[in-house]
Design a protein around this ligand. Structure first.
Ligand SMILES: *[C@@H]1O[C@H](CO)[C@@H](O)[C@H](O)[C@H]1NC(C)=O
Ligand SMILES: *[C@@H]1O[C@H](CO)[C@@H](O)[C@H](O)[C@H]1NC(C)=O
Ligand SMILES: *[C@@H]1O[C@H](CO)[C@@H](O)[C@H](O)[C@H]1NC(C)=O
Ligand SMILES: *[C@@H]1O[C@H](CO)[C@@H](O)[C@H](O)[C@H]1NC(C)=O
Ligand SMILES: *[C@@H]1O[C@H](CO)[C@@H](O)[C@H](O)[C@H]1NC(C)=O
Length: 262
């Protein structure tokens, strides 16, 4: 009984497909990784595998030592290559070239089967799903720009032509104790505009700089897919923030500074 349950457990584990996320940039290339546990002596002639997307379009097909380009969908023709030198070790990864935003959020599946090496044709294991992953395609943002009007104490941050929609954060740095103050999202007015043709976003974000002993204001724009943050910083004229927008906190800080000076 114990042995049977252990065997079932192992089978479940080897059947489980981890859902992976593969993040890449438009126009570059990316490897869709997949490893198959193979008996050490497996030859390419015993291997069959293919990759397909969530529409069941075939990206790549390999059967008993030969690539099967006739099975590959138009959309993936000339964009997918495999790594034959790595296949006997069970590495059935493929390389996807020139990803576009059309490929964003596609789910890719790899299926494989292995045949016995000799005698009548039979499977060591039949077709089963080995890997599954979701592709995220991004376009890096460019040209972050921060303009501050110290008369009106307004700051405007702009960024151009990226994907997906960015996340914006504003930070104020105090000169008294060097602490950073994160602006409440409620006090941030951001508008992202998407180009209907190429789907790229451009963003304008505006804040009113709150009163306080702030020495600098920074706008941080994060691309969630690339995990890249662009930062623009503006140094405020010393004391300007307190004078234009007095507040209780600001007044207290000034008082504290005055105490230190005297
Ligand atoms: C599989 O092969 C590809 C191409 O050579 C390589 O980039 C990748 O690191 C390999 N994966 C493993 C786990 O060896
Ligand atoms: C960013 O700025 C550079 C130089 O000013 C310009 O050539 C480029 O077109 C700009 N990029 C975008 C996306 O506006
Ligand atoms: C946010 O900005 C837009 C466009 O600049 C403006 O129409 C809107 O009134 C602003 N909203 C707030 C809450 O400031
Ligand atoms: C990949 O992109 C997705 C979607 O934008 C994001 O949720 C995830 O955190 C990204 N992964 C990494 C490692 O940056
Ligand atoms: C994004 O990058 C930072 C370091 O730059 C890292 O600490 C964080 O784990 C990354 N996030 C993801 C989702 O990979």
């Amino acid at each position: 009984m114990f042995i049977i349950s252990v065997a079932c457990f192992l089978l479940l584990v080897s059947d489980a497909t981890d859902v992976l996320h593969v993040n890449t940039t438009v126009g570059e290339f990316t490897v869709l990784p997949c490893i198959l546990m193979l008996p050490a002596t497996t030859g390419l002639k015993q291997l069959r595998f293919y990759w397909q997307d969530d529409r069941a379009y075939v990206l790549y097909s390999f059967n008993e030592g030969k690539e099967m380009p006739e099975h590959v969908n138009e959309l993936y023709r000339d964009r997918i290559t495999a790594f034959p030198q790595d296949m006997t070790g069970g590495n059935i990864s493929v390389k996807l070239q020139y990803p576009t935003l059309e490929d964003n959020h596609r789910v890719f599946h790899a299926f494989a089967a292995v045949f016995a090496s000799r005698g009548i044709k039979r499977y060591i294991f039949e077709h089963r799903e080995i890997c599954q992953m979701t592709l995220h395609v991004a376009v890096p943002y460019e040209n972050i720009s921060l303009t501050v009007n110290e008369e009106t104490m307004t700051a405007v941050c702009t960024i151009q032509r990226g994907f997906p929609k960015p996340l914006v954060e504003w930070r104020l740095q105090s000169h008294s104790d060097n602490t950073q103050h994160l602006l409440d999202p409620q006090d941030v007015n951001s508008t992202a505009v998407q180009d209907p043709q190429d789907h790229l976003y451009s963003l304008t974000s505006t804040i009113v700089i709150p009163g306080g002993p702030y020495q600098s204001v920074a706008c941080l724009v994060h691309n969630p897919t690339l995990n890249v943050t662009l930062i623009a910083t503006h140094i405020l004229n010393k004391g300007e923030a307190e004078r234009s927008r007095p507040s209780l906190a600001g007044a207290l800080m000034v008082a504290a500074a005055a105490v230190l000076i005297y």
